[in-house]
Design a protein around this ligand. Structure first.
Ligand code: SAM
Length: 444
């Protein structure tokens, strides 16, 4: 069990130092530590728990530590967070064991001198945990919410202004939910009944999502990619929001479709499947390694209509023939996927400043690739009006050759907020999906 904490610590330090995406960092660390499944599950729970609760944990640690948290070494800080998380949130772990393992971790991780300090802080936390209180809700409502949900004040203010207090409360509640593994069944490999039977024969528990054709939810523990059904390309993993986005492009068999920010390729695959692997889907990304991921995925899924190439959407080297439909799934702040990548919320708000302009420039440049009468879809996985509706409306204002194209939202695809007919904002607490935004345009 000690190794579970050591793996969690290594992964947390990696996120601190390199700002790597949590899911990738954890996968690599678990592979390196080669833990038993039970220990890997504990390491994963502690890693995500500490990331999700960082502000709350720091607040409580701060009540018992004389050294301010930002002055501690990264090792001491993360060991204290790991200890505090187990003491406050993991009922099955005896508090004394959490303290002892923290002290051991300190000894093994260049923090021997701090082991007494860590012991004292955590023992104080254990003794006082029934008396812990958040800042007064009435006197300081924003700070209260921020520490209750471990969400920075700037983000809560942004959401309150954009979506109202009630919606923000529900959004904050949704942050601690752990989203299931959604998959997209590959209709080009057989009908749904056949695909589900194949997966069940492999003892995979899978249930279809009634309101989205070809969508399903996996009850899998362990590595999805090691399943035969995955290797044979019967499905790819994709959140429902991305599946819906790809289908809203309404691509038809035989058409020419471009996906200009395509890696790792989830939406490209769903589009190609919707086109029954007929026609052409040109998928681009700015990074070589990422283009390789699209190619590998397309090959595994048997989607031969996909051609993936390196291409910078802002500074393309070669001209391209226009297409019937073009997807612009732009880089964004990712505020819609905090349930999956909790660390995103701790980025500095200034990291958001340059995004709307970048997104607008990518969308404008991409619009040149749409045929007359063709469709352009803009999307992000964020909940931030400056990157969503404001970019979409600026685009329409400055591109008179494009008009808004109403989205065909079927049953179950209800609206979370008031917005124009060509836009759709998805929210975890309303749709059970990641937070997401789609806007559709048509070229005259
Ligand atoms: C939101 S992700 C795309 C996700 C993808 N559509 C999917 O469903 O799997 C944005 C992608 O845009 C790429 N990107 C960012 N700037 C780009 C540019 N100027 N040209 C091409 N690709 C770019 C990033 O490398 C990243 O892979």
């Amino acid at each position: 069990m000690a190794d579970a904490r050591a793996a969690a610590l290594a992964a947390l330090l990696h996120v601190d130092e390199n700002e790597g995406f949590s899911n990738l960092v954890l996968d690599k660390t678990l592979a390196r530590f080669a833990l038993e499944p039970r220990d890997a599950a504990l390491a994963s729970a502690i890693f995500y728990g500490v990331l999700e609760r960082r502000l709350t944990l720091d607040y409580y640690i701060g009540q018992f530590a004389r050294t301010p948290i930002h002055k501690m070494t990264p090792q001491v800080r993360e060991i204290l967070r790991i200890g505090a998380y187990q003491i406050l949130y993991l009922e099955k772990i005896p508090p004394s064991a959490a303290v002892n393992v923290a002290v051991e971790l300190a000894k093994q991780n260049k923090a021997v001198k701090a082991s007494g300090f860590i012991n004292a802080v955590l023992r104080n936390l254990v003794r006082n945990r029934e008396k812990l209180q958040l800042p007064d809700e009435k006197k300081n409502p924003l700070r209260h919410l921020s520490l209750k949900y471990s969400c920075p004040e700037w983000l809560i203010s942004l959401w309150q202004k954009a979506y109202g207090a009630q919606c923000t409360g529900l959004l904050l509640d949704s942050l601690s939910e752990h989203p299931p593994i959604y998959i997209r069944l590959n209709n080009t490999k057989g009908d749904e009944e056949y695909l589900l039977r194949r997966m069940m024969e492999e003892n995979v528990k899978v249930n279809t999502i009634t309101w989205i054709p070809h969508a399903a939810v996996l009850e899998a523990s362990g590595s999805v990619s090691s399943l035969d059904s995955f290797q044979e390309g019967l499905f790819h993993v994709q959140d429902l929001s991305s599946q819906l986005c790809a289908t809203l492009l309404e691509a038809k068999p035989g058409e020419r479709v471009l996906d200009v920010c395509a890696a790792p390729g989830g939406k490209t695959f769903t589009i190609a499947e919707q086109m029954e692997n007929s026609g052409e889907v040109l998928a681009f990304d700015q990074y070589k390694g990422k283009v390789r991921l699209i190619r590998e995925g397309a090959k595994r899924l048997g989607l031969t209509c996909i051609h993936a190439e390196l291409r910078d959407a802002l500074r393309p080297e070669k001209p391209l023939e226009c297409a019937d439909r073009v997807l612009c799934d732009a880089p964004c702040s990712g505020l819609g996927i905090l349930r999956r990548k909790p660390e995103i919320r701790y980025k500095s708000p200034s990291a958001l400043d340059s995004l709307p302009d970048l997104q607008y420039r990518i969308l404008s440049k991409t619009s040149e690739l749409v045929k007359s009468g063709g469709v352009l879809l803009y999307s992000t996985c964020t909940l931030n009006p400056a990157e969503n509706g404001e970019v979409a409306r600026r685009f329409l204002e400055e591109h008179p050759d494009f008009v808004p194209r109403a989205l065909h939202l079927s049953q179950g695809m209800r609206r979370a907020i008031e917005e124009p007919e060509n836009e759709w904002t998805l929210m975890p607490h309303v749709h059970g999906t990641d937070g997401f935004f789609v806007a559709s345009f048509q070229r005259l």
